[in-house]
Design a protein around this ligand. Structure first.
Ligand SMILES: CC(C)(COP(=O)(O)OP(=O)(O)OC[C@H]1O[C@@H](n2cnc3c(N)ncnc32)[C@H](O)[C@@H]1OP(=O)(O)O)[C@@H](O)C(=O)NCCC(=O)NCCS
Length: 238
């Protein structure tokens, strides 16, 4: 009964119609970029269970509480194989304290997870950043950008050529961090839901490449000038 009530409350909270736009950003890892510097020394290591209470202390802000629920779900999904995702933390080298958490996901998540998360279909040589979180006390120090750069090195070592991330268009802090780590916009994802979440659609559109000097822009509706590995134009229902 409690579960049913929670489910109904979640549906009602969605409302009759909603649409959400995210920017897909990507970096070609075969092209070197300069490492963004955080204002504190940080290193990267795999997540450990004892990091959780340090990243998400009891009584934290609302973003920490909702992120914690997500992290716990992701840890379970990764453990039973539904989510081919590795969890990393950036550590404040002065104290050894974890100061950022982020996931690196590879191709192979279940169709149910892909639909629920409105995720793109990744190619073998692509990896995706997910669920970045910096505790309030460490925000604005450039930790996110530094962590992404270090995670990019891990992705490269795994044989990946492209690193991608989807960030809500209104999440300016996250967009700034991702772009500072050398990723550039390449796709627009639009998620829509109708009827309190009963019907969902997701659409990926390419970001038009800037015209080369001396080349006239393509007429409106013309062929997009992006690679074919971005899932552009694909539409899913969930
Ligand atoms: C998004 C988030 C991970 C950024 O972490 P961070 O370690 O503080 O990021 P960085 O310090 O590398 O860069 C953030 C930049 O955005 C800026 N910024 C912070 N809040 C901002 C806002 N509301 N609008 C515009 N810029 C903002 C910071 O000042 C900083 O820029 P600056 O160095 O020029 O001052 C962190 O804010 C967070 O955990 N938010 C809640 C969870 C979340 O939104 N995750 C992202 C999911 S995609």
């Amino acid at each position: 009964m409690t579960l049913l009530r929670a489910k109904i409350a979640r549906r009602v909270a969605l409302g009759p119609y909603d649409s959400r736009v995210s920017i897909g950003l990507r970096r070609d890892l075969s092209v070197a970029v300069s490492a963004p510097k955080a204002r504190i020394p940080v290193s990267l290591r795999p997540f450990r269970q004892e990091d959780l209470p340090l990243l998400f202390p009891a009584g934290g802000d609302a973003s920490a509480q909702s992120e914690l629920v997500d992290v716990e779900w992701r840890l379970r999904a990764a453990a039973y194989g539904a989510l081919p995702s590795r969890c990393f933390v950036a550590v404040d080298e002065r104290s050894g304290r974890p100061c950022h958490i982020q996931w690196l996901t590879e191709r192979g998540y279940s169709e149910a997870v892909r639909r629920a998360g409105a995720l793109p279909a990744l190619a073998d040589d692509e990896a995706m950043l997910e669920n970045a979180f910096t505790p309030v006390g460490y925000r604005g120090l450039g930790v996110m950008a530094a962590a992404i750069h270090l995670i990019a090195e891990r992705a490269s070592a795994l044989g990946k050529r492209y690193l991608v991330a989807f960030v809500d268009a209104d999440n300016h802090a996250s967009l700034k961090g991702v772009e500072r780590a050398g990723l550039t916009p390449w796709s627009i994802r639009t998620k829509r839901q109708f009827g309190f979440g009963l019907f969902r659609t997701v659409r990926f559109d390419p970001v038009a490449a800037p015209a080369a000097p001396g080349v006239l822009p393509a007429p409106e509706g013309g062929t997009a000038t992006v690679g074919d590995r971005d899932g552009a134009g694909s539409t899913g229902q969930g």
